[in-house]
Design a protein. Structure first.
Lengths: 298, 158
């Protein structure tokens, strides 16, 4: 009996999720999201040092699966060439010039360059979220216009998949903490030891703040609890629109505090969450309407 | 206005991406950029396990190596030490020789310029006192390391 009920409820969840993913969105929102991702990719490719990766000795070169055909990293000339082409096509995508082709090419070049940084033996997480969340936007129809008003599911599916990617990513960061450490991740001195180890291992931006948290165990536990609430609560933003901006604020606060206290830069995650979760088309409409109203009053 | 649905291939690819993320997440697999998102997931305690790499010069003098002081292309490569147990001795020597070559010419680590070989030890470090207790695993590597019969070994320290 329970089995039947469980099966039925999981079927309902699956059907509801599938229906939500197939929902319609405005073309302006989808197009603006793709434009913002294109600008983010252009900035990442332009301002990140990728050329040192050309000097990774072959014996230390451990590329991800999609670059495993390389026995050694590409030369500096090839990397610089990829950066030039990558920035160019990303800007073209942002300007809606052959957007499907140029955005997909920009994404591909970004994946290769970020993959080179991830070829040194460590799983590099900062590029993972923008890469995965922007991938569905490669499938957005080329005729989506930033000032368009069509509301169709062909615009909705890529955008909503992108939101689901962000929600799943955050959920798993929390889920793995629970699986690996249980409630002890919050209730023990776990976070204090993370901070103590961070102070010892590397220079941090807010040493006195870190020391204050270390000295106040309850603050460290509260901080750990808030972290898990943001991460495990991420899937709720798919169901409840009103939670999206608070979630984006919470994620930004989380990553800023990690940058201050552990010197780990997750600004790409902040940018990705804000690009995906905020309806920038609606923001632009509201701002435009207010300016119009103010202009008429004056 | 009638809704225009996405093509079948768009639906398939987007669903496949989400399913792949779920599979990788629940199985803790890693296929970058698909990852299981293990970010600070393991509970920390006062004792931290870590590998300590010492550069040994011709006189036997040892200097601890900080990989963040090496050029950027070597940052985080020390995490490959975790894979040493499954590697052959020549492969370990090759990896250590690559590090040694970088240490010898790195301008910001003059104390490492005379390095001949590397001693790598897994230690349990007390985060409060800084005291280190050697663990069971240690390696000596680099093609110019002293030959002692057992070239890369696992020792048990009391």
């Amino acid at each position: 009996m329970i089995d039947v009920a469980t099966r039925r409820s999981s079927r309902n969840v699956f059907a509801a999720t599938s229906a939500w993913l197939d929902g319609a969105e405005t073309e302006s929102r989808a197009a603006i999201t793709r434009c913002l991702f294109a600008l983010l990719i252009a900035a990442r490719i332009a301002f990140t040092r990728f050329t040192p990766m050309a000097r990774i000795p072959a014996v230390l070169f451990e590329p991800p699966w999609f670059l495993s055909w390389l026995s050694r990293p590409p030369s500096v000339a090839i990397i610089v060439g990829l950066q030039v082409v990558g920035v160019t096509v990303a800007i073209l995508a942002a300007c809606r010039r052959w957007p499907r082709v140029t955005f997909a090419l920009a994404w591909l070049i970004y994946a290769v360059l970020a993959g080179l940084r991830a070829s040194r033996g460590k799983i590099i997480h900062p590029d993972v979220l923008p890469l995965l969340a922007s991938l569905p936007l490669c499938l957005l129809p080329g005729d989506a216009r930033r000032d368009g008003e069509r509301v169709e599911s062909r615009f909705g599916v890529p955008l909503r998949t992108s939101m689901a990617v962000v929600a799943i990513a955050y959920f798993f960061t929390g889920y793995q903490k629970i699986v690996a450490s249980g409630a002890g991740w919050i209730t023990t001195d776990n976070l204090r030891w993370v901070l103590i180890d961070g102070i010892r291992a590397q220079g941090i931006h807010a040493r006195s703040l870190a020391q204050w948290i270390i000295d106040h165990a309850i603050v460290a536990k509260l901080f750990a609890g808030c972290t898990l609430v943001v991460e495990l609560g991420a899937p709720l933003v798919l169901r409840y629109k009103r939670l999206r901006v608070p979630f984006a604020i919470g994620a930004a606060a989380l990553h800023l505090s990690i940058w201050l206290l552990l010197n780990l830069d997750y600004s790409l995650w902040i940018a990705t969450v804000w690009i995906v979760m905020v309806d920038w088309a609606a923001v632009a409409r509201t701002v435009g309407a207010r300016q119009h109203a103010t202009g008429r009053t004056v | 206005m009638s809704d225009i649905p996405p093509t079948r291939s768009v639906r398939f690819v987007t669903r496949a991406l989400l399913v792949a993320m779920l599979i990788v997440g629940f199985t803790s697999a890693e296929a970058w950029p698909l990852t299981s998102f293990h970010l600070f997931s393991h509970e920390r305690s006062r004792i931290a396990q870590q590998f300590v790499v010492a550069a040994v010069d011709a006189t036997g003098r040892e200097s601890e190596v900080r990989f963040l002081d090496l050029p950027m292309e070597f940052h985080t490569t020390d995490l490959q030490i975790k894979e040493f147990a499954g590697w052959s001795v020549p492969h370990r020597d090759g990896v250590c020789d690559a590090w040694i070559a970088a240490m010898r010419v790195n301008p910001s680590t003059p104390q490492l310029h005379g390095v001949v070989w590397l001693r790598i030890e897994q230690v349990s470090a007390d985060l409060v006192t800084g005291r280190r207790v050697r663990s069971t695993v240690s390696y000596e590597c680099g093609s110019q390391r002293p030959k002692r019969g057992v070239q890369a070994r696992q020792q048990r320290h009391p």
